[in-house]
Ligand binder design. Structure first.
Ligand code: GLV
Length: 332
């Protein structure tokens, strides 16, 4: 193949090895890898946006704002190894003829498992009690100490009810949950999926749902209408003994309002897999509240799932550069 027809692909952060091996085995592409666990900085990304045909990114590469001005005529695809794509200005990229790939489905089960783990950790105070052990702050077995909250018999509400939330509901159903609710702007879940959950699950208005729930699980996408949606008003509608879980995006939640709610008894506890910023600085208040369990955005972090995500992102990229349908393209 002549140099003229070869297409250049840039991988903007170190990725799982098998996916990289697959990508570099494909003929017709020159692959440049930013071989670092930190993403390519913006000034480097700017040059690649101008010259490359395809770019493989994670959620750490924010291709929006001024960077969009660097997009050159060769760029055909930005492939993100994430299901969410709020780090990309999809509208601007598409208007410049750039197709966008993402990685839904392959991470659903792994992320749902993490959400269940986070809910259980928050309900049963796992991290809080472990920290007490580390600091020597544990006495004799005490009937009144470290008591948490049961999932059995609880009412659980979802904000957003896509694939991950539906899978979480199925997993939690085995805990003998009393009732699920979901609040969505327009999405209506089909009857077959609802029946497969195994516990009654009903769509209701958010305002009506919040005061009914023992647990509220936020799994909506981040966009203009959900930004800071979990604010003081939202939290004040929840039951004082309830727990909020956020595994969507950090910017959906107003962290100052959450700190206030957790320290004044507006709600009982919180579990966060996403924050603003990520990671939180180690002196951040949320990391030091006993009733807040914080994880550093590890929802999809299993070895197999990260490989599968990376592989799907590779296939998306290859398909776009070969002008074929992509396995998972972000469409308008
Ligand atoms: C992770 O948060 C993702 O969107 O895949």
């Amino acid at each position: 193949m002549s140099a003229v027809t070869r297409k250049s692909i840039v991988v903007a952060q170190r990725i799982p090895p098998n996916a990289l091996k697959t990508l570099t085995s494909y003929k017709g592409f020159d692959v440049e890898v930013w071989n670092d666990d930190n993403p390519m900085p913006d000034d480097e990304m700017s040059k690649r946006l101008t010259s490359a045909s395809g770019i493989f990114v994670t959620l750490e590469s924010k291709i929006k704002g001024d960077l969009i001005k660097s997009v050159g005529p060769n760029l055909k695809c930005v492939s993100t190894m994430t299901v969410g794509y709020d780090h990309l200005d999809v509208k601007a990229l598409r208007s410049l003829g750039v197709r966008i790939g993402h990685t839904p489905d392959v991470l659903t089960d792994t992320t749902a498992e993490l959400v269940v783990a986070l809910l259980m950790a928050s309900a049963r105070r796992l991290i809080e009690s472990h920290k007490c052990l580390l600091s020597g702050d544990v006495g004799k077995w005490n009937p009144n100490w470290m008591c948490g909250k049961d999932i059995k018999g609880s009412t659980i509400g979802f904000v957003g009810f896509g694939r991950i939330a539906q899978t979480v509901a199925k997993l939690l159903s085995s805990f003998t949950v009393k009732q699920f609710y979901y609040a969505t702007r327009s999405f209506i879940c089909d009857e077959t999926t609802l029946a497969s959950i195994g516990t009654p699950c009903e769509r209701i208005e958010l305002e009506v749902m919040l005061p009914k729930c023992d647990f509220v699980i936020v799994l909506c996408s981040s966009n203009a209408s959900t930004k800071l949606m979990v604010n003081r008003d939202f939290l004040s509608k929840m039951k004082p003994d309830s727990i909020i879980i956020n595994a969507s995006r950090g910017d959906v939640l107003d962290q100052d309002a959450l700190i206030e709610a957790l320290t004044t008894g507006i709600i009982r506890a919180a579990g966060l897999d996403v924050t603003t910023p990520e990671p939180l600085p180690k002196d951040h208040t949320l990391l030091h509240l006993p009733n807040c369990t914080v994880l550093p955005h590890i929802g999809s972090a299993s070895v197999d799932t990260r490989e599968a995500m990376a592989m799907l992102a590779v296939e998306n990229l290859k398909a776009a550069l070969e002008d074929r349908p992509m396995p998972a393209e972000v469409l308008p």
